[in-house]
Design a protein around this ligand. Structure first.
Ligand SMILES: C[S@@+](CC[C@H](N)C(=O)[O-])C[C@H]1O[C@@H](n2cnc3c(N)ncnc32)[C@H](O)[C@@H]1O
Length: 277
């Protein structure tokens, strides 16, 4: 593997932050070093100085930054992750939004799964929507699954998962929404059809402005890799992307109270969710 000095990494870190919003501190430098080395090996480059030059001055379309993004993102995910929080969605937030919409004669439901990784979360939401609201099929209902990592988006499209991904799926959901396929599980077509993928960098202001009209945004276990400044920009875009009465769900350990006050905090049992009034 090529050698990369800390000095060279220090030149890459601000560029990665500027393009992707991802914050690499001292604790994550070993991870970054191994991933950059892997990328340089793929490119048959052995001088880190050349790689820094390429990323800084010879990447006008952002192709190399995208290739690096595919390697430096953390994609850990599985179905029904943080199940208790999903119960707050299923038992309280979703029925509330659906009731308001029905009363208005609005038969659309739009959910954005931001930072969807390989799609387990988006398909979990699709299963819950179909379970709580069987009429979803006759509504204009979609779950938009976005991620910066192109390799992950390809996996969302295949909608096939190994044992680890489905280990936490409750039995009744497993039988109803997934079908065994070799040593994997495939999401049933009716459920998979609710999920659409889009490539999207949460740190790309122009792309974020196009995201509008959502009733729910799930962005769980993504903003932990951002710092306060880039996190603030993302959640302010989320505010604009939401319909009034819409909800944002973040991961358990993620709080945005420090970076913005635009949302009202609502508690369901032990779970906090953010609502746009
Ligand atoms: C740990 S996974 C979380 C997956 C899922 N939300 C969950 O909770 O199980 C984080 C995902 O965020 C994505 N991500 C990181 N930075 C991003 C950015 N700037 N724009 C879009 N997605 C990003 C990564 O590619 C990765 O797939």
């Amino acid at each position: 593997m090529p050698e990369i000095s800390t000095e060279h990494l220090q030149k890459l870190i601000p560029q990665i932050y500027q393009k992707l919003g991802l914050h690499f501190d001292e604790k994550k430098i070993y991870f970054l070093r191994t991933r950059v080395a892997k990328r340089m090996a793929e490119l048959r480059m052995d001088n880190a100085k050349d790689y820094v030059f390429m990323l800084s001055y010879a990447d006008p379309q952002g192709t190399e930054m995208q290739a690096l993004a595919n390697l430096i993102t953390t994609n850990e995910t599985y179905m029904f992750r943080e199940y208790d929080q999903l119960q707050a969605f299923a038992n309280h937030c979703l029925p509330e939004v659906l009731t308001t919409k029905l009363a208005r004669g609005d038969r659309t439901l739009r959910i954005w799964c931001a930072g969807c990784s390989s799609g387990e979360e988006a398909y979990t939401l699709a299963m819950i929507v179909q379970e709580v609201f069987p009429q979803a099929q006759s509504w204009d209902c979609s779950i938009v699954a976005t991620d910066i990592d192109e390799n992950m988006l390809k996996r969302v499209v295949t909608a096939r998962y190994g044992a680890r991904s489905v280990a936490d799926v409750p039995d009744e959901y497993l039988k109803k929404y997934l079908v065994p396929s070799g040593d994997e599980w495939a999401v049933r077509q009716r459920t998979a059809a609710l999920v659409k993928t889009e490539h999207l960098n949460l740190n790309d202001r122009m792309a974020m402005r196009k995201m509008r009209g959502f009733d729910f945004i799930f962005c769980r276990n993504v903003l932990i890799y951002f710092d306060d400044l880039s996190r603030k920009a993302v959640v302010e875009h989320f505010y604009n992307a939401l319909n009034p009465g819409g909800y944002v769900f973040l991961g358990h350990s993620e709080s945005i109270g420090r970076v913005t006050t635009v949302f009202r905090l609502k508690r369901f049992e032990k779970h906090l969710v953010y609502v746009k009034d």
